[in-house]
Design a protein around this ligand. Structure first.
Ligand code: SF4
Length: 214
């Protein structure tokens, strides 16, 4: 996609949603990190249902360690892969408490050393908690980037690198939120809703989905 079109693509998404936010619910940086770890291969809605009660009781790594793995499992057993996630959350909480004074480190490479924290999770935390210009490429962004021509790449890292290189300055911090929301609600996996898409004229995907018959 041409530079001017990339700018216009983001400009329109930004105009429609000037202050995009993650749909995960959290009260502090630590809770955000936990919510993102829990959201792997799960929906934000499902994670929020489980974390509402959990986050009322647990606000710090020390409180999570005190709750323990079995106690945590009780809270998150409706979320996929909850056994492995509980183990990781307890282990990362122990490390935060022991090595980082209970704080979430503001560094992507350090974050990825924590159990259950991959590059995507670290990018989300860096962006959402600390305002870093990181691009957390999930399934939605991977699809939108390739389908539209905005940021084509053969794997998530390639798409991330392309976004890093091509995203214009005013939109870098919020780009990943706009793209996730665009992919989740309009440029859907099975049937993109092209007839109501604000960037249809910029997107190279063909054929566009026509409006459903009235
Ligand atoms: S026109 Fe269709 S394929 Fe292109 S971005 Fe919009 S919804 Fe997605």
């Amino acid at each position: 996609m041409k530079k001017a079109d990339i700018f216009e693509f983001y400009r329109r998404l930004a105009e429609l949603n000037p202050d995009p936010r993650t749909e995960l619910e959290y009260g502090n940086d630590y809770q955000l990190l936990v919510a993102v770890v829990l959201s792997a291969q799960a929906t934000d809605v499902g994670v929020n249902k489980a974390t509402r009660a959990l986050f009322r009781a647990v606000k710090t790594p020390a409180q999570m360690v005190a709750l323990g793995e079995e106690g945590l499992k009780e809270h998150i057993k409706t979320i996929g892969l909850f056994n492995a996630k509980a183990k990781n959350v307890i282990a990362l909480s122990q490390i935060l408490e022991r090595d980082f004074g209970g704080e979430v480190p503001r560094d992507r490479d350090t974050l990825t050393t924590l159990p259950g924290v991959g590059r995507k999770t670290a990018n989300v935390v860096m962006n959402t908690a600390f305002g870093a210009e990181t691009f957390a490429v999930d399934t939605h962004i991977f699809r939108v980037g390739n389908r539209t021509g905005l940021a084509p790449g053969k794997d998530v890292l390639a798409v991330e690198k392309r976004l890093e290189k091509d995203t214009p300055a005013p939109f870098r911090r919020d780009a990943h939120h706009w793209l996730i929301l665009h992919g989740r609600y309009i440029c859907k996996a099975r049937k993109p809703e092209c007839w109501r898409c604000p960037v249809a004229d910029l997107c190279r995907y063909k054929p566009k989905t026509p409006a459903p018959a009235a």
